[in-house]
Each structure stands twice: as structure tokens, then as C-alpha cells.
Design a binder for this molecule. Structure first.
Ligand SMILES: Cc1ncc(COP(=O)(O)O)c(C=O)c1O
Length: 403
């Protein structure tokens, strides 16, 4: 099943992409002269910052690139530690390693997001940031997280890659922490194939992100938004093309419609499955902001998960045990603890490897929760009849499997 945004691709995307092609301006920048930059990525950034309600937005080439830029913008590097959930996407871990810092894995709670209490348990004098994944359309408990982090002088990086459009206490995610990242990869809420965004309120983080994303440059377009204050330093190349920007712009304009659609579907299903014995649904810290594109059932008995899923599958109800995510401690690069050069591995001094904090046995809650859930995606193409069918199927399968 295509991701939300991919299923919504239509004439709006065609019109904007064709416009780029007809103007023959697929590249955002043309040298250091004062020629006006082409409009698409600039317009995307403008509408993006207005949409989520922040001061600065910078288009980049992917969500992974956005994480690498955001970490470097905060000045995170060798000797630093960054807390993130063991249950998070590959790039969350690898971006920290590539910055030269050490990822410190934390437990999730019933929201499948970071348990805010983990910040107090894991923070050390070396902790510089906590990377929050808003996992699959549900905001983490940001009020508690920001409080726990900021009182310790720790930056909050919100990874909103999976959850653009999700709200928490009336505000969009991405506006709670110090810096936020988004992805327009194919499976995301809004897609342009590959692309990303970094957002922030702080002018210095913006300037540093621009330089990091564009070979150290700070071009007139950005200087017109806010004048440069930093001295030049080495950057990478994470620019977003005009073609990708055009498509992302058309998709961004659809996010609220997708949000309303998914919430309406979810509202038909949740009341019908509430109270089923032995089955809880994912804890949502703020249900009014939930995107609703995926329903998570948490079964009390892990042995019932496989038969439950098989029976849903047999009824043609799309469901999965995981959505590309699996625990970091089970991934190959965590098992080896290597970076591309041995001296760059933040784990080089931890012996024997895997050290405590990087083994499955160190995460009893993450192990337990992720073995007990069933994920049911809801899509842009799903109708109310589909939602009713899914709810009825869950009730029927529950009767068969859980008695
Ligand atoms: C939580 C999270 N962070 C980061 C990324 C990386 O985004 P991208 O695939 O655009 O590099 C993803 C995407 O798959 C993700 O789900």
C-alpha cells in the first residue's frame, strides 16, 4: 500500500513539477550572484513554516540529511551523547554516529514514543541532546520531555519524519523542541520521492543549518531572510532540488485534508474496538492531535499476536508487526559497533561490545511492547465502508483468537 502522500498524487503535483520543467530551472541556486532564486523550494519553505507555525524552514535532500544537518547545527560532535529511543528508525542512530557523537538508547512507553522519565535516567554531563521520534502519527509527550531536557540544559531535536501534520496540545509537532526535522520520502505523509526539511525558531541554528546544507555558503536569498552572523565553516551538500520542492509543495497543501480523512476513519473504528478483553490501543498523549493514519492494537498475550494478524490478513485487512522500524540493538551496525573508520566509532572504548545499553536484555519494556502490537494502517484511499469493515474484522478476529 502506498504511503499517505503517494496515494494522493494528482494534477496539483503535475502542474507544479511541469512548471519547473517548462522554466528549465530544476536547480535552486545559480552561483553567488543576486539573480532571484527559482520559486518552488522558497515557496515550500514559506508555506511550511507558516503551516507548522515556526520562524525558519530549510528544504534539504532527505530526512536523514535533515537529521545530520540538525545535529551539526547544534554543534554536536565527538565526546557528546544523544539520547534516542531504542525503537526508532535507522537514520536516527546513524546520524548521531556520523556526527561523531554516541547514541544512548532509551525505552519507549505505551505511546511507542520516548518515556520522558528516561531523560533523567540516562542523562550524563556529556548529554547534549535528546532526539524525539514522533512515531507514526502520534506526538510524544512533549510537555514533559521539553521540561526534563531543558532543565538539564539538553537540546530537544524533534524527528517529525513520520508525522508531519500531527498536533500536540493544539500546536503542530516540530514547534516544541529547539530544532525539528521532516522527511518527504516515499512512505511519508507528504512525499516528493526523496526530500526533507529542517525547522527552528533560533536564527543561529538556521544560519548554521543553511551553511551545513550548502557547502558552507550563506547566499543572498538566506541573508535576505536573516543576515549572517557566523563565520564561515565547512558544510556538506544536502540541497533540495526545485523539482522535488515543487512536488513537496503540492503535497504539503494536502496534509490537512489527509489529517481530517484519517481522523474520520479512525473515529469510526476506535469506539467499536474499545474495551475488547486483552486488547488495548496505543496510548496517545494528546488524542486531539493524533493524525490517525495507523491504529495500534496492544495484545496482553504476545502468543496471540501472530494468529491475530494471520486472521486479519485472511480477511484482507492490511496489518503488520512493524513498519520498517525495529529495535536499534538488533541492527547489524549496532552489533558491530563500527563506523566507516574505526577511530570514528563512538563505541571504540566500550569493551566488550555490545556493552550494556546496546543489548536486547537492557530494554525489557521495549522488547515487551514491540512484541505485543499489531499495526493497522489507514490510507488516503480508504472509505468509511473500509473503516467499518476493519472494525468489524477486529471484533470478529478477537472473538476467534482471544475467546
Ligand atoms: C523517524 C524517521 N527519521 C528519519 C527518517 C529518514 O528520512 P529519509 O528516508 O527521508 O532519509 C525516517 C524515514 O524513513 C524516519 O521514519
Amino acid at each position: 500500500m502506498p504511503g499517505l502522500g503517494a496515494a494522493a498524487i494528482g494534477t496539483e503535483e503535475e502542474v507544479l513539477v511541469l512548471d519547473v520543467l517548462r522554466r528549465k530551472e530544476p536547480f535552486r541556486y545559480y552561483g553567488m550572484d543576486f539573480k532571484p532564486t527559482p520559486p518552488m523550494v522558497a515557496q515550500l519553505e514559506k508555506e511550511f513554516r507558516e503551516y507548522i507555525g515556526t520562524d525558519y524552514a530549510l528544504g534539504v535532500s532527505s530526512g536523514t540529511g535533515a537529521l545530520e544537518v540538525a545535529l551539526a547545527a547544534m554543534g554536536i560532535g565527538t565526546g557528546d551523547e544523544v539520547i534516542l529511543t531504542a525503537w526508532s528508525w535507522i537514520a536516527c542512530f546513524t546520524a548521531i554516529v556520523r556526527a561523531g557523537a554516541r547514541p544512548v538508547l532509551a525505552e519507549i512507553d505505551e505511546s511507542l514514543n520516548l518515556d520522558p522519565a528516561e531523560i533523567g535516567r540516562l542523562a550524563t554531563p556529556h548529554t547534549r541532546a535528546v532526539l524525539i521520534v514522533h512515531y507514526q502519527g502520534v506526538a510524544a509527550d512533549m510537555e514533559r520531555i521539553v521540561f526534563e531536557a531543558h532543565k538539564r540544559g539538553i537540546f530537544v531535536l524533534e524527528d517529525c519524519a513520520q508525522s508531519l501534520g500531527t498536533r500536540y496540545r493544539g500546536r503542530q509537532i516540530g514547534t516544541w523542541g529547539d530544532i525539528a526535522t521532516f522527511s518527504f520520502q516515499f512512505n511519508k505523509v507528504a512525499t516528493c520521492g526523496e526530500g526533507g526539511m529542517v525547522t527552528m525558531r533560533d536564527q543561529r541554528l538556521y544560519e548554521r543549518s543553511v551553511r551545513l546544507s550548502d557547502l558552507g555558503n550563506y547566499r543572498p536569498y538566506h541573508a535576505a531572510i536573516v543576515p549572517a552572523r557566523e563565520v564561515a565553516f565547512v558544510g556538506g551538500q544536502y540541497r533540495l532540488s526545485e523539482l522535488a520542492g515543487a512536488m513537496a509543495l503540492a503535497q504539503l497543501r494536502k496534509v490537512d485534508r489527509m489529517w481530517a480523512h484519517c481522523r474520520a476513519l479512525q473515529a469510526r473504528i476506535l469506539p467499536k474496538i474499545k474495551g475488547l478483553k486483552g486488547v488495548a490501543t496505543r496510548h496517545v498523549p494528546d488524542p486531539t492531535g493524533d493524525f490517525g493514519f495507523e491504529i495500534y492494537l496492544l495484545l496482553d498475550n504476545p502468543a496471540q499476536v501472530a494468529p491475530f494478524r494471520e486472521k486479519l490478513d485472511a480477511r484482507n485487512v492490511n496489518c503488520g508487526a512493524r513498519t520498517g522500524t525495529y529495535p536499534q540493538y538488533n541492527r547489524d551496525y549496532v552489533k558491530t559497533g563500527l563506523a566507516h573508520h574505526p577511530a570514528l566509532s563512538p563505541f571504540r572504548d566500550l569493551k566488550p561490545w555490545p556493552a550494556p545499553g546496546y543489548r536486547a536484555e537492557d530494554f525489557p519494556r521495549t522488547e515487551d511492547l514491540t512484541k505485543r502490537f499489531i499495526a493497522l494502517p489507514l490510507g488516503w484511499l480508504y472509505t468509511s465502508e473500509d473503516a467499518d469493515y476493519i472494525a468489524d474484522a477486529i471484533v470478529a478476529v478477537h472473538k476467534e483468537v482471544c475467546g
